[in-house]
Design a protein around this ligand. Sequence first.
Ligand code: LER
Ligand code: MN
Length: 284
Amino acid sequence: MPKYGVNLLLWADKFDRESVDLIPKVAEMGFDGVEIPIFDHETVDIRHTKAALRDTNLHPIGCAIMTHDRNPIHEDAAIREIGKNYLKHSIDVLAELGGDTLVGPVYSAVGALVGRGRNQQEWDWCVDILGEVADFAGQRGVTVAMEPLNRFETYFLNIVADAIKLSSAVNSPFFKIHLDTFHMNIEEKNLAQAITNAGTLLHHLHACENDRGTPGTGLVDWEEVFNALARVNYDRWLVIESFTPAVKEIAAATAIWRDIAPSAEILATEGLAFLKRMSAKHLQ
Ligand code: LER
Ligand code: MN
């Protein structure tokens, strides 16, 4: 059976001492794990986070984000190096918290669009850096799963077919694929086929509605999605990732301009109940 998580970006735009207090709340809602945005290592309070995870029995998943000044495909070698070191440091932080999965668009800065598609040089830089990062992760018992994003957030990786290519170029058992049904709904021709093609490379799933509202209330064909997850014997994380206008920085970065659910709590609890119902039906 899969495990269920929610990304803390639903309530907070950074992970600091204050957001550690969200961990018991997530546990009370019935989740098995919590996806922690490891955006700024300085703000992560390792000691309190470990204590909260231990007390609640929640499992941590790390979520990384690349920015303009830490970007594995930037033309400035110093910025590529900062991107690589940021990923390694995130892996260390996650391992210290007891986690084994680092997810997100680890290949390029989110929102960096350059008016063309990716080029071979960027691909080669990315393969080199992610290869080194995957080795580093493997030595610490961590797997990195890269997330294709829609065309408005990245030009580097939009579809599963390209994620499979990147995975085979990096060629590491510690480098896999993270899919997000919100992005897939924009980019893929067929969600079920894309999941089936990812197969055993699929390591993490953001189970998100087409409008990032409560899973099960929109256009995503969840019957098809869960049928495909069953076909590939998926038994890893199903994580709800959404954002609200109240969390201003993340809302701006993800273009959330209106309420897409009655509240963050309703989105999380009703979304979780829906995912559990779908799993019970399809994933035995
Ligand atoms: C952003 O659109 C997203 O899906 C996140 O998982 C990446 O930061
Ligand atoms: Mn996502």
